[in-house]
Design a binder for this molecule. Sequence first.
Ligand SMILES: Nc1ncnc2c1ncn2[C@@H]1O[C@H](COP(=O)(O)OP(=O)(O)OP(=O)(O)O)[C@@H](O)[C@H]1O
Length: 266
Amino acid sequence: MSGDGREPVIRLSDVWMKYGDRYVLRGINLEVGPGQIVGYIGPNGAGKSTTVKLMLGLVQGYSGRIEIFGRDIADGDPAYKRRIGYVPEIAELYESLTAREYLVFIGGLYGLSREEAEDRGRRLLKLLGLEGAFQSVIGSFSKGMRQKVLLVSGMLHDPDILFLDEPLSGLDANSVMVVKEILAGLAAEGKTIFYSSHIMDVVEKISSRIVLIAEGGIVADGTFEELQARSAQGSLEGIFNQLTGFDRHREIASEFISVLREGART
Ligand SMILES: Nc1ncnc2c1ncn2[C@@H]1O[C@H](COP(=O)(O)OP(=O)(O)OP(=O)(O)O)[C@@H](O)[C@H]1O
């Protein structure tokens, strides 16, 4: 289901993955077309990051087939990596580098020249309100500033598929609006956005399609309205709880508070 009849840019066919003896992905089948904004959601430990890292070629050892831009990534040709971007939630940002140095470094990995990476990086960071910090060391940056550097570093080479992990984490309300518009604008141009988030109202608002995984398998796949139609719940948060079989939040919260009230057991 690529959505609009165009060839899918991502195709996962029966992808299984295990760490040690434990399967974390149990037969993922997924096709994503150009122009889609896919919110990939699921409980902690469900296998979201593993799926993304497999597609990025950062983790090996799966069975099944992963095709990006119509080519099996197992064929060993890394050319597809120049057309994808990745914005991790927590980056191994090089604390001692300046934003400029970091962006030149990452741009280089994606095949940009120093001049291109520097010029584009400066202009993009300026648009996000970081013009004064371009020459400053990342180690001194706030969470939101780091997130902006990460966003720019993943998009610098104008990738056709952008993978993001909690893209709006740490950003203030104004920056959230800007980034949401950027993602929508890129999707309108035919770029594919594939992102993971736990912030349900964001997923609900910006995704053209929501894929929910639990225990290594896809348990729901559709637009927010489609998911709503098959659930008794109105909000994505409620749908998430229902489809992942979770209804213990009050009980857990109440036990948690009781433990606080009890004081220390000796
Ligand atoms: N390198 C690893 N070695 C062993 N187990 C791992 C490894 N990486 C992940 N896992 C396990 O695989 C499972 C899936 O992890 P993954 O990071 O894909 O989950 P996730 O859905 O992204 O979770 P979260 O919402 O917490 O980020 C987890 O139980 C995790 O502990």
